[in-house]
Design a protein around this ligand. Structure first.
Ligand SMILES: [Zn+2]
Length: 485
């Protein structure tokens, strides 16, 4: 049996410029990918046949941190495969995860795009598309089945016949143009009317939605855009329906086909999200490459950093078998009774953490390693957070306007860039506000956090209020003829 998509999560950065979401200075492809994966909740932490065995990474995360996914997710031995950050990359990764015979367990696909350009292209501070991360969990259960896909490039100005392309795709799928019921969501850069007509002629039995031009809130085609197209398709499918997503953009035509055989959980704001945070300074897009910067702050040697990554990245402490005390951070020794044998690793919760104290660090008062971040977003808060009775940790607060967090508010711990040291980024946990009202909004942080809904075993499909939203609002051309079904 092939694997099918059981759940999918989407994260968008908190910061917004114009209509686009832009990653904060402490976010990158890796942190967006990890956040999207964590949004899948406990489903990722399966055991036995449900163990996550392979991760297919779509996008530009630096390959030298492949090992870091395993550590960030707490899944030892996770095998990582790589794909380019575009629609063919995403469809290829989903197909590989679905039909991969190399592992027996579950597999996941994650894609992440950043909105800002690399430091090498500094000076160009235009933002052309949104940042975001998406993750898919695939398992040998009934969900959204991944059928065939195909993409073909063509020279500029020599696009192949539309109808010929469509007929070829339908043949590859074994779909009869007349008898089959199905849905198509097709994204084109140009000539949406001609594509619509070509689809209607080639496949009169199939409902076709041609979307013209990039989504107003996402921008040019990317892996995240391709995932949004898949969501637009899946929410139109009824059980048993076959659906095709396609693209005719950037000198390339292609399709990927799916069949809805079971429910899919869509976690996160797949519809248009709530407004994001406006950056507090006009230097938000200044992203200096400062991997070579020498910090005069707390020097942390590389081996020491690697030593306790489980604690730094996942709040893993040690539980004493004799007196049941949980020590965090882990010290290899019970801080209550002194025992050092048989200590068990245990992860503390990372959501719903209560703020016990909070301080605002004004520009100029920060340790030097945070200079660049302060230049980009200004002042920031530092919070003392209760992890559990008697166990506290201090976190820098991010995705928030400084001075708004209050004692008693709830925060979640998320993996972010901390600072560059010894020529690489060091990552660690920061706190983001969870409490409604303490910040203007944090679009993704709805009260039903993925971890919690996973615990409750909820199995919702696309959010209901989103499903009723008319598509095409906000300037995106859309044609969806009414057909009897
Ligand atoms: Zn003890």
């Amino acid at each position: 049996m092939a694997r099918s998509i059981l759940s999918a999560s989407l994260v968008r950065p908190a910061w917004q410029l114009g209509s686009f979401r832009v990653e904060g200075p402490d976010e990158d492809s890796f942190t967006l990918a990890v956040t999207a994966l964590n949004r899948l909740g406990r489903q990722l932490q399966g055991t036995g046949a449900r163990t996550l065995a392979r991760l297919h990474v779509v996008g530009s995360c630096s390959p030298e941190i492949d090992w870091a996914f395993s550590e960030a997710l707490g899944i030892p031995g996770l095998d990582v495969r790589r794909y380019p950050s575009n629609a063919p990359g995403l469809w290829g990764a989903l197909a590989a995860a679905a039909h991969d015979d190399g592992t027996a367990g579950r597999e996941a696909v994650v894609a992440a795009d950043t909105a800002t350009l690399s430091p090498e292209a500094a000076g160009d501070r235009r933002v052309r598309h949104s940042a975001g991360g998406v993750a898919f969990l695939l398992s040998k259960e009934l969900g959204l089945s991944v059928l065939r896909h195909g993409f073909r490039g063509h020279p500029p100005g020599h696009s192949p016949s539309m109808q010929g392309a469509i007929t070829g795709w339908l043949e590859a799928l074994g779909l009869s143009p007349h008898g089959s019921r199905g849905e198509v969501v097709f994204e084109v850069e140009e000539e949406p009317d001609r594509w619509q007509a070509a689809w209607e002629q080639a496949a009169p039995g199939i409902t076709v939605t041609v979307v013209g031009g990039p989504r107003v809130d996402v921008g040019r085609p990317s892996a995240v855009e391709a995932a949004l197209l898949l969501w637009e398709l899946a929410r139109r499918l009824r059980t048993g329906d076959t659906g095709v997503v396609g693209q005719a953009v950037r000198g390339r035509n292609g399709f990927s086909a799916f069949r809805l055989d079971g429910p899919v959980r869509w976690l996160g704001s797949w519809g248009t999200g709530e407004p994001g945070l406006n950056p507090p300074t006009d230097k938000f897009l200044i992203r200096k490459s400062q991997l070579d910067a020498v910090s005069q702050g707390a020097y942390l040697p590389h081996p020491t950093y690697l030593e306790n990554l489980a604690g730094r990245w996942r709040l893993v402490g040690e539980r004493c078998p004799r007196c049941d005390t949980l020590a965090f951070p882990a010290r290899g020794r019970c801080r209550s009774c002194g025992r050092s044998e048989g200590l068990r690793s245990e992860a503390l919760p990372r959501v719903g953490l209560e703020v016990e104290a909070v301080t605002t660090i004004s520009p100029g008062a920060q340790p030097t390693e945070f200079d660049s971040m302060v230049e980009t977003v200004g002042a920031y808060d530092v919070a003392v957070v209760r992890l559990q009775p008697g166990v506290r940790a201090t976190f820098q607060v991010t995705d928030a306007v400084a001075g708004r967090l209050r004692v008693g508010d709830r925060v979640a711990a998320v993996l972010r860039r901390l600072y560059p040291m010894e020529g690489e980024w060091r990552y660690g946990l920061k706190a983001i506000p969870e409490t409604p009202g303490s910040t203007p909004r944090l679009g993704e942080r709805d009260p039903k956090s993925p971890a919690r809904s996973a615990r409750r075993g909820s199995s919702s499909v696309a959010p209901r209020e989103r499903r009723a939203t008319p598509r095409g609002s906000g300037g995106r051309a859309e044609r969806r003829p009414q057909r009897p079904r």
